[in-house]
Design a protein around this ligand. Sequence first.
Ligand code: 4SX
Ligand code: FE2
Length: 351
Amino acid sequence: MTSVPPPDVIRCAYAELVVTDLAAARWFYVDLLGLVVTAEEPDALYLRAFEEYLHHSLVLRQGETAACARLAYRVRSAAEVDRAEAYYRALGVRVERVPAGATRGIGEAVRIEDPLGFPVEFFFDAEHVERLTQRYDLHGAGAISRLDHFNVVTPDVPAAQRYYEGLGFTVSEDIEDAAGTVYATWMYRKPTVHDIALTGGDGPRMHHIAFATHERSQILHLCDHLGAARRPDMIERGPGRHGVSNAFYLYLRDPDGHRIEIYTHDYYTGDPDNPVVRWDVHDNQRRDWWGNPVVPSWYAEASTVLDLDGTPRALQERTEAREADVTIGADGFSYTRAGEAPREFKLGNQV
Ligand SMILES: O=S(=O)(O)c1ccc(O)c(O)c1
Ligand SMILES: [Fe+2]
C-alpha cells in the first residue's frame, strides 16, 4: 500500500495483442467481427468499435509469439497520468513514462508491470476519430459497439482484488465457496458489471478481452457468420446467458487462440450502494444461467502476457482449489438447488 493517492481511472480503454499472422487476424477482427480500421501499418492494425471515438480499443501487432502486450486504462485527465506515475513509483513496481505517440493515437502515458505481473498503461490524451454510432450504412448485422472489459488469470484472487480496490475499483460479483475460497471476482470503475475480472489460476495470463453489442441478435449473427465461413471451430463457448453479470455472451478464439468475448445486457452499477452478488461455486447457474456446460478449455487456456521488454512472463501457480476441479462449469457436476440430487440428463451426470 502507499499513501500516494491512486489515479482516477475512468475505464478499460484498449488492449495490445501480439498476433503471428496479421492478415489472418485482420480477417477475424475486421472482416468477421466488423471492427473498424483506424490505422494500418505493415506490422500493426489499430481497431475500434462503432461507438468509440478514441483512436483505437485494440492494437494487433505482428510478432513471433502470440501474447498480450498491454492492457490500458484511461484516466480522467493529464494530471491523473502524473498521479499514476507517482502512485506506482511509490508502490515500487517497474514504471516507464512514454511520450505521446509511443502508441500511435495515444498521448503521453505511464506503463507499469503491475503487482500482479501484467503490462498495464494509463493514459488520458488520445486522438479523436469519427464516432460511427449512427453510420448504420457501415454497421454489419453483428455490429460491435465498444470495448467492455478485460479478464485476467491470477493465482491469488483476494490479493488481486485488494490491489484493484486500492486503485479505486469496486466488486460487483464474485464466486466463492463455503470455506471462503474465492474463485473469481468482477470489478468496475465505469458503471457496468466490470472493467476487469480476476479469474483464479496460474498467472499472470490474459483470459479474454470483451466487446459489447447492443443486441443479442448481433451476437447470434456473428455465430451464423462463422458458420457461413465454415469456421465454427472459432466458437469456444456459448452463445448463452451468464449467471454472473446476467450478460448474453459468446466466446470466440482468434487465429492465435486469443479469447474474445462478445457480450451484451449486463446491468448498471453506478450507485454507491450497488449490492454485491456472491455466487456459490457449486451453483450450476453461476457461469451459465441455463446450466449449459463450460468447456474445459475455457478454464484451462489463456494468453501469455509480456513484460515491458516484451519478454513472456513466467507463471506463478495457483495454490488454492481450482474451479475446474471443484466443479466443471455449469453442467450438472454440482447442484442448482442445494440439497437436491442433480437431474440425470445434464452432462455432469453422464460421464
Ligand atoms: O461465466 S461467468 O458468468 O462467470 C462470466 C460473467 C461475466 C463475464 O464477462 C465473463 O467473462 C464470465
Ligand atoms: Fe467476460
